[in-house]
Design a binder for this molecule. Structure first.
Ligand SMILES: [Zn+2]
Length: 351
């Protein structure tokens, strides 16, 4: 049974829209989130005492470094704050946001619908399962078929017993090493991707070879790689030969952590978080290699401290600061439009 009702459209929380209504888009962010699953202890045990503090001006320096150790930092579910934050995005020319908050991250379809109505920003909502660490024990016990049905319900009828439909399958969580349960979740996601023509967006494990391992796996399951988004490439791949090999597979390359510039990476201390200047280097390399039609951009805002209200750069970071920086580095308008508008539009259009 094929579900091709919305073929050629983009599915938002307010219903289907025409692709030409997509406009400037960030392709991986979180309008609301509950990210407590990744709570980690700070690097220096002497600083554990800050874990329970609310964010304030005196501890914000600590929070920026130990962003996954502050409980307050890991959740924002307030609708009014989200409306304010997306208001800044809208004012800067933002038209669509892909919210890949899915199962395990506190997805709230009703609130997203409300926020979209209030702000006029199109929100494309995620589906499927985030990493195993964020799931209930035994979440795959009922098997692939049943997980597939959960995802299909999100897409065909509405998520979490609402009538609000998902427009993308992701972010599908993979750890490093990739766990057996996450492979089951991926297989269910690929089945739904094939059945519905919706794009599949992947959160790879933090290892340079993780994206290629996953791509190989899903290709064998029959995924349409031209309709797959490899997420977090900027924090995962540092070697440009591996970057090129990954892009050569035909997937979209999501450089989706713009503005997340604190180099210590608490979730993977053996590696690091690159800065925006390194993301610009990556873009220039990818364009030079002819991949300008496969690049997507986002900020993956998933903690309070990156919202404007808590001293962060906000959802408009790309449009307000990075686009001018791109121009000053001689990345031309044609390519900027591809990365901000045309590529997301093509990616989100249901095949
Ligand atoms: Zn994310």
């Amino acid at each position: 049974m094929l579900n091709k009702d919305n073929q050629g459209k983009v599915m938002t929380v307010l219903g289907p829209i025409e692709p030409n209504q997509v406009g400037n888009t960030t392709t991986h962010d979180h309008v609301l989130i509950n990210f407590q699953a990744i709570l980690t202890e700070p690097l220096n045990p002497k600083e554990k005492k800050y874990m329970d503090e609310k964010i304030n001006l005196e501890n914000i320096g600590w929070v920026r470094f130990n962003w996954s150790s502050s409980k307050d930092n890991l959740t924002y579910e307030d609708k009014e704050i989200a409306i304010e934050e997306l208001g800044h995005y809208k004012k800067s020319g933002g038209q669509t946001i892909v919210d890949v908050t899915n199962i395990g991250l506190g997805r709230d379809p009703e609130k997203l619908k409300n926020i979209s109505q209030e702000t006029g920003v199109n929100i494309v909502m995620g589906s499927g399962f985030y990493v195993e660490l964020a799931q209930k024990k035994g979440y795959t016990n009922d098997g692939i078929e049943s997980m597939f049905e959960v995802i299909m319900d999100d897409i065909k009828f509405g998520a979490d017993k609402t009538d609000i439909k998902s427009g993308i399958i992701g972010e599908i969580g993979c750890s490093w090493p990739w766990t057996d349960n996450e492979k089951i979740s991926m297989e269910a996601s690929v089945m739904a991707h094939k059945e519905t023509g919706l794009p599949l967006l992947i959160h790879p494990g933090r290892n340079q070879f993780a994206p290629l391992e996953i791509i190989n796996y899903i290709e064998n399951l029959g995924a349409d790689l031209s309709n797959v988004v490899m997420g977090h490439v900027d924090r995962t791949i540092f070697d440009y030969d591996i970057l090129k090999d990954t892009a050569d597979t035909g997937v979209y390359i999501n450089l989706d952590l713009w503005g997340h510039d604190s180099p210590f990476y608490p979730l993977a201390p053996e590696t690091y978080m690159p800065g925006d200047h390194q993301r610009l280097d990556m873009i220039e390399f990818l364009i030079e290699e002819g991949f300008e039609n496969r690049i997507l951009l986002a900020q993956d805002i998933c903690t309070k401290h990156r919202l404007k209200k808590f001293g962060g750069h906000g959802f408009d970071h790309l449009l307000t600061r990075i686009v001018p920086w791109m121009k000053s580095r001689k990345i031309d308008q044609k390519n900027i439009d591809k990365m901000m508008v045309q590529n997301p539009q093509k990616m989100l259009t249901i095949k």
